[in-house]
Design a protein around this ligand. Structure first.
Ligand code: CA
Length: 233
């Protein structure tokens, strides 16, 4: 049996116990690390499938743990933060974390994040194996080689920026992308615009992409953080 291995990095014992009990009952294997140094060591020696990382650790900062892991691995990292650490959460996503949970979180939320991350892992692996130049998600199809996108049979008439936004979201499907990450990828680090302008481009893209732009199916808004393309069945 090939159970998913999770590295749980959390110094708060009750929260850590809640997480590990949940993992055990849902057939996940896990390792625990009570601090950042131990987390980096466990990550490198056991190569877990997913890391659940608390940002407030007693020794080194959670963001520093991400920086160190990212020097050699793309393993999915879900950060856990308190509301007062919202700035840290964004910094963590900018440094390469994949997703986040805000304390207090429910067991259902935790399991949903893990399922979504596992799906994303499977997609990443199959895409890498096939070396696909076409991305499909529900009725959406992006043909990277041809530079066009379709919704069902209809070609989407996108501006160059909308198309680049769509490609960036598609290549990172399932992952939360921060405003900074998106604007740096689309406009470069010299971009002096603000989040409001990004919001305008996202709104016009959604008008073309979503059947109901007010309850989007493809692109989810994370207020104060960024956007995520959801996997659509
Ligand atoms: Ca903590």
């Amino acid at each position: 049996m090939n159970k998913t291995l999770i590295l749980v990095v959390e110094d708060d014992v009750p929260i850590r116990n809640l997480i590990t009990t949940t993992l055990k009952t849902h057939d996940y294997r896990y390792l625990v690390a009570p601090n950042g140094a131990c987390a980096v060591m466990e990550a490198s020696s056991h190569n877990p499938d997913i890391v659940l990382l608390d940002l407030g650790l007693p020794d080194i900062d959670g963001v520093e743990v991400i920086r160190q892991i990212r020097t050699w691995s793309n393993m999915p990292i879900i950060v856990i933060s308190a509301r007062s650490e919202d700035g840290d959460k964004i910094e963590a996503l900018d440094c390469g974390a994949d997703d986040y949970l805000t304390k207090p979180f429910s067991v259902e939320e935790l399991l949903a994040r893990l399922r979504a991350t596992k799906r994303r892992l499977a997609v990443m692996e199959s895409t890498a194996a096939r070396n696909d130049s076409v991305f499909t998600n529900g009725r959406l199809k992006v043909d990277f080689a041809a530079g066009c996108a379709y919704l069902g049979e209809n070609e989407l008439h996108l501006t160059p920026i909308e198309y680049r936004l769509l490609c960036l979201m598609a290549r990172n499907v399932g992952k939360v992308l921060t405003h900074t990450y998106i604007t740096q990828n689309i406009w470069g680090s010299s971009w002096k615009g603000d989040v409001a302008s990004l919001r305008v481009f996202m709104a016009t893209l959604r008008k073309k992409l979503e059947a109901e732009p007010d309850s989007p199916q493809y692109i989810q808004t994370h207020i104060g953080v960024g956007y995520r393309m959801l996997r659509v069945e």
